[in-house]
Write a new protein. Structure first.
Lengths: 501, 164
């Protein structure tokens, strides 16, 4: 009880409240602009969080990301252009509803079920994380190694691309963390005599480059989205209670799928929305209506992508393994703020953990009034010219990285380099998120691998003989071989279809 | 046949992996320990070579085709039409401007550097001078204000320091 009161004290400090409010507006605006993703919103926030208290810093990330995932639905509904990739799965249905004159209902569904999904995700975080923390306290380096491997493999599994390319991207990220002297022997690796490289590649400039600068680059090569007509909208929340009562199955299934996908390392809101939309269609009584302005898919996927956000924090807080790209950034901030991820966080910093839960709930509640305001102003916000927004973001990339790295210009070079790398990778079908996971987890993977090998005198036997590590190893190997199963299965299906025809 | 891009990128990855493997193998061991700083780069490098070769051979290409088709069916058709090829080269402009910041900000100062960056980028995005010029004048001031007053981070003053 004391810790709970303490947690309320932490959250309701003026600095934290201002941070939540300001980042809520920021997240809503950035998410609603086509081409700016929730991950980008978070990456650009990092330089700001550098100068905030730990709770306020995490609060900005939690609120901004939740808002951005919701507001990405707005241009999807009104323009058929997803504001964030997480809204891409159901733009067809949302836009079709708008065309039928049901824009209010479509936007209302997005807002209402986003908020409910976010709250469901938060509840899962509150239940899952402390339970798993107790279990995780007994883990040694062998289990940590397999856990990290499992995390990395999951990230490659869920990437919507070739699994080989995803693994290559992930390995590239691991290789990047080899740079510098922060390694088991303390010898300079891959520094080529440069003093800047001795300290290694900082995670934050890399993230800003990959997630923000490369988006600016991409949008320069794409055409400007069409202008949004101003339209009068009726009551946004009207009819949402009835829809909640009418479609409880879709909502609950969306929440659960979102939570599961959020917990899986590397898979975030985009994936949750795609899977949930497909599920809704698969189990619907009227699958033919999907894509023509049918609310079922919208409800399920909208409930899912916001639920995944909170549960993505479970592996992040417990093991330092990002649940999605947003928590990959958050882990960097946690380390920066001295809240090193690990099961002990829940015993030693219990009040901070409670504070995070409160912030999550608060964020999802204020989403409703702020979301309605944004929807009303949508024609002005979404219509902000790209030629004004993108240049400012670009300057922010440079100066933000510069400020977080202690006024070091090397960080600015890193931003430019990683911007190009992210752009080239994306154009060639290499999932950038997998590389980021490698960069975030590389040091941990190497440490747990090398310490384990030193403990076992170079033998790999203990990696497989301990009960928990055996299970984790089996799961990792399954994840590695999964694409082969999928491929064979699809092959057989195709052959059967041919022989039947 | 694997697309040309895959053969190039796969080859580059395999080469990078080979370099990492060789470089790693030359790292000095820690006395008295079997595994040291060399192990990890060698493992990662070796696996990269393997992945690179598989990409060159087109393993896993099938999954990409499925994902691409899925995405295309969900995107507005007018959004998928290709743009003129010169637009692709324009993508190099933002990183070039960021490098310009790294090179020039100490001498020119933040306001001037950022102003130039915003002006060029905004024009490249197709803004009319009526929008680009005021933006280039105002945006650097606002950003400087945020960093200086809210976050208390001094940005380089250079030739044109922040006036207050």
């Amino acid at each position: 009880m004391d810790t709970l009161i303490q947690a309320f004290g932490l959250v309701f400090a003026p600095e934290v409240m201002i941070a939540i409010f300001a980042s809520a507006i920021y997240g809503l605006v950035v998410g609603s602009l086509p081409g700016l993703s929730a991950t980008m919103a978070t990456a650009l926030l990092v330089p700001i969080t550098f100068y905030l208290s730990p709770i306020a810093a995490i609060a900005t990330i939690i609120t901004a990301s939740a808002m951005a995932i919701f507001s990405g639905d707005i241009p999807g509904c009104l323009l058929r252009i997803p504001g964030t990739p997480a809204s891409a799965a159901y733009v067809d249905d949302a836009y079709a509803m708008t065309r039928k004159g049901e824009a209010e209902t479509a936007l209302g569904i997005c807002l209402w079920f986003s908020a409910l999904g976010g709250i469901a995700g938060t509840l899962s975080l509150m239940v899952l994380a402390p339970t798993l923390a107790e279990f995780a306290l007994s883990f040694s380096t062998y289990e940590n190694f397999w856990l990290a491997m499992l995390g990395l493999m999951c990230a490659t599994l869920v990437a919507r691309s070739s699994p080989i390319k995803a693994i290559a991207a992930m390995l590239l990220g691991l290789l990047i963390t080899c740079i510098g002297i922060d390694n088991p022997g303390g010898v300079p690796r891959f520094t080529f005599g440069s003093t800047d490289l001795l300290g290694g590649i900082e995670v934050i400039p890399a993230l800003v480059g990959v997630f923000a600068l490369s988006e600016v680059m991409r949008s320069l090569t794409e055409r400007e989205p069409p202008k949004l007509e101003h339209r009068k909208l009726g009551s946004i929340l009207k009819g949402q209670i009835e829809l909640t009562k009418k479609h409880p199955k879709q909502q609950v299934r969306g929440n659960i799928v979102g939570i599961i996908i959020g917990v899986l390392p590397g898979a975030g809101a985009d994936m949750a929305a795609w899977v949930s939309y497909a599920m809704a269609k698969r189990f619907s009584k009227t699958p033919e209506k999907f894509g023509t302005g049918h609310p079922e898919g919208l409800i399920e996927a909208g409930a899912s992508n916001n639920a995944s956000l909170a549960s993505g924090w479970v592996p992040a807080l417990l093991f330092g393994i990002p649940g999605d790209t947003i928590t990959a950034i958050a882990i960097g901030v946690l380390y920066m703020k001295g809240l090193n991820p690990g099961p002990t966080l829940f015993t030693e910093q219990a009040s901070s953990m409670y504070a995070f839960y409160i912030i999550f709930l608060l964020g999802n509640i204020i989403m409703i009034p702020l979301g309605i305001i944004l929807i009303r102003m949508a024609s002005r916000v979404v219509g902000a010219p790209r030629s004004a927004v993108m240049p400012v973001i670009m300057v922010f990339c440079a100066v933000g990285a510069f400020a977080t790295a202690g006024n070091n210009l090397f960080a600015v070079w890193c931003v430019a380099f990683f911007g190009c790398l992210g752009y080239v990778m994306d154009k060639n079908g290499y999932p950038v998120a997998a590389m980021v996971l490698g960069v975030v987890m590389g040091t941990m993977v190497e440490q747990s691998l090398v310490t384990s090998l030193i403990k076992s005198d170079g033998s790999i036997l203990p990696f497989f003989s301990r009960p928990v590590s055996m299970v984790l190893a089996a799961m990792t190997i399954t994840a590695l071989l999964w694409p082969v199963f999928v491929w064979t299965w699809r092959r057989m299906q195709a052959r059967r279809r041919v022989s039947m025809a | 046949m694997t697309p040309l891009n895959d053969r190039i990128s796969g080859g580059a990855i395999a080469t990078l992996g080979a370099i990492a493997f060789l470089y790693g193998s030359k790292l000095p061991p820690v006395p008295g320990q079997q595994v040291g700083p060399a192990a990890f780069p060698m493992v990662v490098g070796g696996l990269l070579v393997l992945c690179g070769l598989m990409i060159v051979l087109g393993v896993g290409r099938h999954f990409e085709e499925v994902a691409e088709a899925d995405l295309a069916s969900h995107t507005a058709p007018e959004y998928l039409e290709p743009l003129p090829a010169w637009r692709a080269w324009l993508a190099l402009l933002p990183p070039a401007l960021v490098v310009f910041y790294a090179l020039a900000s100490e001498r020119l100062g933040f306001l001037l550097t950022a102003g130039i960056m915003v002006l060029i980028a905004s024009l490249a995005f197709g803004a009319r001078p009526k929008l680009a010029v005021p933006l280039a004048l105002i945006a650097p001031f606002v950003i400087n204000l945020i960093f200086l007053k809210l976050l208390r981070v001094p940005l380089p003053g250079g030739m044109l320091p922040f006036p207050w």
